[in-house]
Design a protein around this ligand. Structure first.
Ligand code: GTP
Length: 353
């Protein structure tokens, strides 16, 4: 059974989402601006009580904004909820249900769903529903306490409807943007290696399958490079893992720079990298590998790592053959790489026929 701790880990930490609170700050600003407009509108419509209610509202939104700024999120939530609940109720009781003040209550629905933990969300939604229905039913039985002319009521209704429409659209586009960004981040996390920024092994295997299918259809040559940093263990042992990591990141950077943009490069293992070179035969793949190897020799590793070391690389090269699967092509590159390692390292070796 899932422990409470695990549940807390797997549940999204909704109340800790910084984007949500940034959105709340923006909403507090917009709502305060709307209330300033209301102040003017109700004065013009001859409803001074509702006009002055808006002064209190602006003060509450300003308080909520600063509370959010200083991370007093609970205070801000109480202020915003109180403002909307009281303001909507006053608007409805004073000038009637047709004023459309009840629309504002609906805006809490997405906010509750996004920000509150599930159990609280259910309670909050039910309470909101109860409040909404209670106001509606109340207005079946009583007349508005400070009615305004019908034409003015239309104006207020249209104004409220338009504001709620605009705010819903804004919130919907914001949530959509949040979801798209989260998806992009997840996709990136699932496909790339965090240390080097290259594709991870799983994604390389997926891309390789696509390249294999293309090869089977069109017969275009595909080259494979298996690249392995020489004596990497001794770099770790002598200079520590942090320097080792820095070397790996630079190695990735260097390989990426020396190969073409359409080449697929991934971290295949600890200090081993795989590059798939579309439209490249073995001879050209070998030439690319030599270019990478020479770039290692030309690089000033001391400047990068702060350690007195030279980094070299051994590379095995193979070319995709008819009937190959990924592991067959990689395995021939691996055998070539092994030859490179055993014959002194810092070498490029081509697969044997
Ligand atoms: N710093 C760091 N080291 C890693 C990482 N992944 C693997 N390694 C280390 O890479 C080293 C690989 O060592 P070996 O497989 O013996 O290879 P080598 O020392 O490069 O020797 P040759 O390949 O034969 O030249 C091991 O010490 C691993 O711990 C990593 O992400 N960061």
């Amino acid at each position: 059974m899932e422990s409470p701790d695990n549940r807390a880990f797997y549940e999204p930490a909704r109340d800790r989402r910084p984007q949500f609170w940034r959105l709340a700050m923006r909403c507090a600003q917009i709502a305060a601006a709307v209330d300033v407009a209301f102040f003017v509108l109700f004065h013009l419509l001859g409803s001074p009580i509702l006009a002055w209610v808006n002064v209190a509202s602006v003060a509450m939104y300003a308080g909520a904004y600063y509370a959010l700024k200083y991370r007093l999120n609970k205070t801000a939530v109480v202020l915003i909820w109180s403002e909307v609940l009281i303001h909507a109720a006053l608007g409805i009781v004073l000038i009637g249900w047709d004023s459309g003040f009840h629309y504002y209550l609906l805006m809490f629905i997405p906010a509750i769903c996004v920000s509150a933990p599930r159990r609280w969300a259910v309670v909050a939604l039910l309470s909101l529903w109860g409040y909404y229905v209670a106001l509606d039913v109340l207005m079946w039985f009583i007349e508005p306490l400070q009615p305004i002319p019908q034409s003015a009521l239309y104006v207020v209704h249209l104004f409220n409807l338009s504001v709620v429409f605009a705010m819903f659209s804004y919130l919907a586009s914001y949530y959509l943007r949040m979801v798209v960004l989260a998806q992009r981040k997840l996709r990136q996390m699932a496909t790339t290696d965090s240390l080097t920024g290259l594709f991870n092994r799983r994604h390389m295997a997926y891309l390789a399958e696509k390249e294999l299918a293309r090869f089977q259809r069109s017969g275009h040559k595909v080259g494979f490079l298996l690249l392995d940093v020489d004596h990497f263990k001794s770099i770790n042992d002598r200079y520590g893992h942090e320097v080792g990591d820095r070397v790996l990141a630079s190695v990735a950077d260097l390989i990426r720079r020396e190969l073409r943009t359409q080449d697929l490069i991934g971290r295949w293992g600890g200090e081993e990298f795989l590059a798939i070179l579309p439209d490249t035969d073995a001879a050209n793949a070998q030439a690319s590998a030599e270019r990478v190897r020479n770039a290692f020799l030309a690089r000033n590793w001391h400047a990068i790592t702060g350690a007195a070391l030279d980094v070299t690389i051994s590379i095995g090269v193979s070319e995709l053959r008819a009937g190959d699967d990924l592991s067959a092509a990689v395995s021939r590159a691996d055998q070539a790489l092994y030859r490179g390692k055993t014959s002194g390292r810092n070498r490029v070796e081509l697969e044997t026929a």
